[in-house]
Design a protein around this ligand. Sequence first.
Ligand code: CP
Ligand code: NVA
Length: 304
Amino acid sequence: MVKDFISLADFTADELMHFLNLADELKAQKKAGIPHPLLNGKTLALIFEKPSLRTRLTFQVGMYQLGGTTQLIDTRLGERESVADVARNLERWVDGIMARTFAHKHVIELAEKASIPVINALTDKLHPCQILADVQTLREHKGKDLSSLKVAFVGDGNNVFHSWANFVSRLPLNLTLVCPEGYEGDPEIIERVRKETRAEFVITQDPEAGLKDADAVYTDVWASMGQEDEAAERAKIFAPYQVNSTLMGWAKKDALFMHCLPAHRGAEVTSEIIDGPNSVCFDQAENRLHAQKAVLATLMGGVS
Ligand code: CP
Ligand code: NVA
């Protein structure tokens, strides 16, 4: 297995299954009150260039539950000193680094220059921790045979979508992106996933066609962190892609609604849908804790 958790495409299908199964196991142990101090005495450094609620809290709580601790660093990488020097300092003190950055290349550089594991906690390009938790949630609600399921991702072909695409390039699960023209995501990722996936991988501008037979409808904000200046223009472009009762009506009757959060009610999703009976967004948020504990325990030496 590779040293770092940067992209889901860096892992084999078996390795991704290992993370998912371990996440289930750690969740069950937590619920049963069984301690699991797999990272006793270890420290994880948390680097945040962008805001966070879920990621920050789940890494802090997760390390605590694994018997370790965290140290928070609010910084912009590459400004005060080089990314390489940050890596070479941190590896002398801590056992792992989690980083949320703007530039994806900074997480890659940290991983290349540090001898300790580096975990990608969101970049402008990818958000792999989120998708691991999302798939854990999907398995809980729809069963473990992912290959028979279809996820329709409605909205921007962004970091969250890219990580979904990377996931389906390794483990078959049918994925459709429903987006306005020009928001289909990174062409390099899309082309590679098209070649590598064994499932259906579709990109369409037509919500009705894209949502047909979907077992889960997923959306995310229209303007991601760092795109605030484009928010007004994007609000107009994405308006036909709001997940509301009309759109959900085109998916399967029992389709789940999924959102990585934070959500903007009245923009990408209506309150009726996100607060409705098929919404599992808080299960997704809960599972960030368990999925990331599986990654931490594996990469930082707690389990083989
Ligand atoms: N979904 C997610 O990563 O949430 P935060 O931005 O609050 O960490
Ligand atoms: N695409 C969003 C995800 C937030 C968790 C962003 O990057 O802001």
